[in-house]
Design a protein around this ligand. Structure first.
Ligand code: GZL
Length: 363
């Protein structure tokens, strides 16, 4: 695997969409000049598997020797996959499907578990996967904290762990091997750029926060607020409340929002499901499409379709198709080669310019 990731990409372009057109396994991404070209116009999502941002070549790495494990043959191994949230959210459906498809393609035995959005269950799920004989683990963590005991149990058995999607507060190349996921601060920053463009940089904005206790919510919020502060002094964040990353809760919170702030200009929803809940609330309140500018994150089909229908102004992609890169990372590691401790993937975006043409690339 090409040494990937680590660089926390800093995007200054307006809604830069560094389109990743390559397949995960090639790990190739567009050159800087290509990205600059893309930055000028929103281009579609690759709709493909996640691809790592080219690293600076000085990334912190990990080998099986440093981890203290043994080289092994991934194709003969049993891999355990722990999914965090119930698969009502298309993000989770696509994420699990990508892991299952890659395990099948490689002929690897896969054990799976779903924590149904309950952290205590995710911990027991991982313990069960270890008890059932998982030689390696891929974990999509619900929370960033609270992983100590189960990681120590895995480490005692020298079970390599790759975390995908959300980051855990633990020691890379000791408690787990690698993290593969998006740059969530950049996602928030790009969402702010789109909100500034959609509102003309003036008015009042509400934030539908994700669930508490994970780095995605923290970083998407920080990225958004810092960018608004930096680029749009006349755009004020006047409301922040969690919608738990859920559509129904997003709708409930938006109903409260438009009661307390009837003149709200924009809504930043930290995932598509909450953004779609906000659309439902605005529809029920008799608003017209586009009366309130909505920007969301994920890249689900329903949200991209809502761009076409005029209800949503922009969707920043958070690509959940981790399968190939997760297994590629495990293969590289078990063969004894080095892998990066932080593999930051590239995400595209959808706006009115490309939503219709790229709808089939949403998940
Ligand atoms: C992001 C992921 C988030 C999605 C939400 O990588 O952790 O969790 O954006 C999901 O849809 O709930």
């Amino acid at each position: 695997m090409k040494s990937s990731a680590v660089r926390r990409s800093t995007t200054t372009a307006v809604l830069a969409t560094s389109l990743v057109a390559a397949l995960a396994l090639t790990g190739c991404a567009k050159s800087e000049s290509d990205e600059a070209g893309d930055a000028a116009t929103a281009t579609g999502s690759a709709g493909g598997q996640v691809v790592a941002t080219p690293g600076a070549g000085k990334a912190a790495t990990c080998t099986v020797d440093q981890f203290g494990g043994e080289k092994s043959d991934l194709s003969a191994a049993t891999v355990g996959f722990s999914q965090s949230e119930k698969e009502a959210n298309p993000f989770r459906i696509a994420e699990t499907a990508s892991i299952k498809a890659e395990a099948k393609r490689r002929g690897v035995t896969l054990l799976t578990a779903n924590a149904q959005s309950q952290f205590s269950k995710q911990i027991s799920d991982v313990q069960d996967l270890i008890a059932k004989g998982a030689d390696l683990l891929v974990i999509a963590p619900l929370n960033s904290d609270g992983w100590g005991p189960v990681l120590r149990a895995a480490a005692a058995k020298k079970i390599p762990i790759v975390t995908i999607d959300r980051k855990i507060n633990a020691t890379p190349c000791k408690d787990y091997v690698s993290f593969i996921g998006s740059d969530f601060i950049e996602q928030g920053s790009r969402a702010a750029d789109r909100m500034i463009e959609a509102t003309g940089g003036k008015g009042k904005v509400a934030i539908l926060l994700g669930a508490a206790g994970n780095n995605v919510t923290t970083e998407r919020t920080k990225g958004f607020k810092d960018r608004i502060e930096e680029k749009a002094p006349d755009l004020q964040v006047v409301f922040e409340q969690t919608g738990e990353f859920a559509r129904e809760k997003g709708q409930q919170v938006t109903e409260q929002l438009i009661q307390s702030n009837p003149d709200i200009t924009g809504i930043y929803a930290e995932n598509d499901e909450m953004g779609l809940g906000a659309v439902n609330a605005l529809k029920s309140a008799g608003k017209k499409p586009g009366a309130v500018k909505i920007v969301t994150v994920d890249g689900t089909r329903n949200a991209v379709r809502s761009i076409v229908d005029g209800w949503i102004s922009g969707v920043i992609e958070s690509n959940p198709r981790f399968g190939p890169l997760a297994f590629e990372t495990l293969e590289t590691f078990t063969k004894g080669d080095k892998v990066d401790q932080d593999i930051v993937i590239q995400d595209s975006a959808y706006t009115g310019e490309n939503a219709e043409a790229d709808l089939d690339k949403a998940f």
